[in-house]
Design a protein around this ligand. Structure first.
Ligand code: PMP
Length: 276
């Protein structure tokens, strides 16, 4: 396996990370997951902008310009023997003697490599199940931070209940999924939580908004409750890996007809066309 290690592509066993790397000790770092389709990175500029935003919000300078990083990611994709896949990219604050306070000097460490999650085309036809849970994560979910314990524990609840995602809520207000943005459709209008510190500004969420506009489907960035969610005509998720995913059961209860709904199917179809 090849790894982009800072600005060099090396074999995995050549990549060395210090045990006192702050990413390893504190989760002090940021990441992105970027899809590529037919060897082309999808929404690369948007991912680089979000990486830059996350870095700024944790007071970390990226080790290279986003243009340089993007060029190196393209080189990594050229090495892929499969046409479709994803890149996992992370930047940690780097090595410093252990101390919570920010080090005066540390050299951020960038690593990136290819992943090959298959496209979720079959699941998109049937839809998936979700469960709900209180959102106990921190109040800066807009930062794509390596600190993912809240999301990990939430996702585990889904796995233990035979579901694909856990939909999070703060005191009954739906925020997002453990690794997805969440949408509901009521009377042919799409609702999703507004962009603020409580959710990640998903790149796929923006694609959903653009596709909805194209299809003349009203798109409202308004928070809704778990009661609204259960009574919705349709529910769906968006993420780089899940693309647009219909949800047909929540906490064991059927949503709408129990099959992917009209609006969601239209969006999935438009997404496929867009990617192709
Ligand atoms: N919310 C959270 C908490 C996530 O982890 C993700 C996926 N990284 C998303 C939303 C979806 O973001 P994107 O569409 O950029 O993959």
């Amino acid at each position: 396996m090849k790894i982009l290690w800072n600005d060099r592509i090396v074999d995995r066993n050549e990549c060395r990370i210090d045990p006192e790397d702050r990413g390893y000790q504190f989760g002090d770092g940021i990441y992105e997951v970027i899809s590529f389709y037919n060897h082309q990175l999808f929404k690369l500029t948007e991912h680089m902008e979000r990486l830059s935003y996350s870095a700024g919000e944790i007071a970390m300078d990226l080790p290279y310009s986003t243009e340089q990083i993007a060029e190196n990611l393209k080189k990594l994709v050229e090495l892929s023997d499969k046409a479709d896949g994803q890149i996992y990219l992370q930047v940690t604050r780097g090595y410093a003697p252990r101390n919570h306070a920010l080090p005066e000097k540390a050299d951020p460490v960038l690593t990136a490599y290819l992943m090959h999650h298959p496209r979720p085309l079959d699941a998109q036809k049937t839809g998936v199940a979700a469960v709900t849970a209180e959102d106990v994560r921190w109040l800066r979910c807009d930062i794509k931070s390596l600190n993912l314990l809240g999301s990990i524990l939430a996702k585990q609840k889904a796995v233990e209940n035979g579901a694909s995602e856990t939909i999070l809520h703060r005191g009954g207000t739906v925020t997002e999924g453990s690794s997805t943005n969440v949408f509901m459709v009521k009377n042919n209008t799409i609702y999703t939580h507004p962009i603020n510190n409580l959710i990640l500004n998903g790149i796929t969420r923006r694609v959903v908004r653009d596709l909805a506009e194209k299809a003349d489907i009203p798109f409202r960035e308004e928070a809704f409750t778990t009661d609204d969610l259960m009574a919705a005509d349709e529910v769906f998720l968006s993420s780089t890996i899940m693309e647009i995913m219909p949800v047909v059961r929540v906490d064991g209860q059927t949503i709408g007809t129990g099959r992917p709904g009209k609006v969601t199917k239209t969006l999935v179809q438009l997404f496929h066309e867009f990617v192709n």
